[in-house]
Design a protein around this ligand. Sequence first.
Ligand code: MF3
Ligand code: CO
Length: 266
Amino acid sequence: MITFKSAAELEGMRQSSRIVAAVLGELGPLVRPGLRTRDLDLYAEKRTRELGAVPAFKGYRGYPASVCVSVNEEIIHGIPSGRILQEGDVVSLDFGVLYEGFYSDSAVTVPVGRVTADAARLIAAAERAFFKGLAELREGRRLSDVSAAIQASVESEGFSVIRQFVGHGIGRALHEEPQVPNFGAPGRGPKLRPGLTLAIEPMIAAGGPEVEVLEDGWTAVTRDRSLAAHFEHTVALTEDGPEVLSERAHAAVRRGAPADKEGPHA
Ligand code: MF3
Ligand code: CO
């Protein structure tokens, strides 16, 4: 069952999402060659608690950290460690909090120093696919219109959509119904209406879509070890249309940015 949110609940989601946006917005600029992935996790947990929130992922099904840090061929659920980031890496940061009863969840992929043109294109494609999906978050559309728009965007740029992991409803639980796949035919699934809150999160690969989970039981990598990127926001369909609840002040690519004109800044 989908839990549609009242105006008061949407306000709670906004507050939670603001914290996610603030912390994730601070993590991005910390990313540089020489940084340990664990440093990002330590910073995020400290800031989250300073802001009166609780990291949402730590302890979730036994996940051991506050931020998922996934490097290069790692798609999602990378565990922060002593690994040192190198110039040219691409690093996906996935972060969520619980604040006054409401969850928020957001992810971004950032370049470490200078990256290849292909890596930059992949990062931008994940972000662009999110906004193509968001544009379908309109009253009267159906859920799979979001999915289909994401898939079309990703594949039009020559990349592939990961199918094994999907976006989700979010609210008083981190994962609520409905599931939000990043692929599929349009015109299916529940009709969209105000009060719907989702974590829309395209996960994409430069090579094939097949996934492997590493020995640690968490880290999902592309089977062909091609680069992956992830972009996620907690969003709502409100009476006034779609709203990106976890929007950061300085997102690398703004909504509607034309392809190839504007990429992520190093
Ligand atoms: N954003 C991811 C999700 O929606 C991260 C949570 S997984 C966790 O599921 F287990 F690490 F918490
Ligand atoms: Co999520």
